[in-house]
Design a protein around this ligand. Structure first.
Ligand SMILES: C[S@@+](CC[C@H](N)C(=O)[O-])C[C@H]1O[C@@H](n2cnc3c(N)ncnc32)[C@H](O)[C@@H]1O
Length: 203
C-alpha cells in the first residue's frame, strides 16, 4: 500500500508539547518526525497487526527506552482508555481511516468517536491536528463535513482557534490550537512582602 506522507517536521515543530499521540501508525513516518521534533513521549495506535509489528521492529530501541509506545487496536474501541492516561497537554495527529481492503475497525473513520472522547477528557488544551479534511463528505469521509468536525472541536473547548496547514493538498490539515496560557502579573510591591518562595506560588 502506498500512501503519500502529509505531515512534515516543519509543521510538527510549530505545535510542541511533551506528549505526541497519533492515530494510525502506518509505516511510522509521523513517529519518526515526532522523535526528531523532540517530543518526550510518543504514543501511536494502529489497527493493522502487520503494520503494528513492522513499526515495533523499526522503533525497538525507542520502545525499550520508554520514549515510544505503540498500541495495537481500533481507536473506536481503545482511544478512551489511552487518552485517560494523559496527564499533560498533548499534540494529537489524528490520521486513522480506512485505507482500502477489508475494513478492520468498527468505522471507516473513527474521528467523531475520538473527538467525543476528547470532549470528556479533563485537559482542554490539547493541540489537535486532523489530517485529510479534503476527504470529508466522500469515500471514507462520508457523513463528515468541515462544519460538523469544527462543531465537535469547539465543543471540546470553545476557545480553540482553528487554522489550517498544507498536507496532501493545500489547507488539508485542520489545526485546533488552544489559547495561550494567561500571564499572571504579580505587582512587584506584592513580591517584596512575601517571605519565601513557597508563598509566591500561593499568591
Ligand atoms: C493514512 S494512514 C496513517 C499515516 C500515518 N499517520 C503517517 O503520518 O505516516 C492510516 C492508518 O490508519 C490505520 N487505521 C485505520 N483505521 C483505524 C482504526 N480504527 N484504529 C487504528 N488505526 C486505524 C490504517 O491501518 C493506516 O495504517
Amino acid at each position: 500500500m502506498f500512501l503519500q506522507n502529509s505531515l512534515t517536521l516543519e509543521i510538527l515543530k510549530k505545535y510542541p508539547n511533551e506528549y505526541f499521540l497519533e492515530t494510525g501508525t502506518f509505516q511510522g513516518h509521523a513517529v519518526e518526525l515526532a522523535l526528531e521534533a523532540g517530543f518526550k513521549k510518543i504514543i501511536s495506535i494502529e489497527i493493522d497487526s502487520y503494520l503494528h509489528g513492522k513499526a515495533k521492529e523499526k522503533f525497538a530501541a525507542e520502545i525499550a527506552e520508554g520514549r515510544v509506545e505503540l498500541i495495537l487496536g481500533d481507536t473506536a474501541v481503545i482511544f478512551e482508555k489511552i487518552v485517560a492516561q494523559l496527564d499533560k497537554p498533548t499534540t494529537f495527529w489524528i490520521d486513522d481511516h480506512w485505507s482500502g481492503g477489508v475494513l478492520l475497525g468498527k468505522y471507516k473513520c473513527p474521528l467523531p468517536v475520538e473527538l467525543e472522547v476528547l470532549k470528556n477528557h479533563p485537559i482542554k488544551n490539547h493541540t489537535l491536528l486532523i489530517d485529510d479534511t479534503r476527504m470529508f463528505g466522500h469515500y471514507w469521509g462520508l457523513g463528515l463535513s468541515k462544519e460538523s468536525v469544527t462543531e465537535q472541536v469547539m465543543a471540546i473547548n470553545p476557545d480553540y482557534k482553528i487554522q489550517w496547514e498544507n498536507g496532501i493538498e493545500a489547507n488539508d490539515i485542520m489545526v485546533a490550537l488552544p489559547p495561550p496560557l494567561p500571564l499572571v502579573i504579580v505587582p512587584v510591591s506584592t513580591l517584596e512582602n512575601v517571605e519565601d518562595e513557597q508563598s509566591i506560588h500561593l499568591l
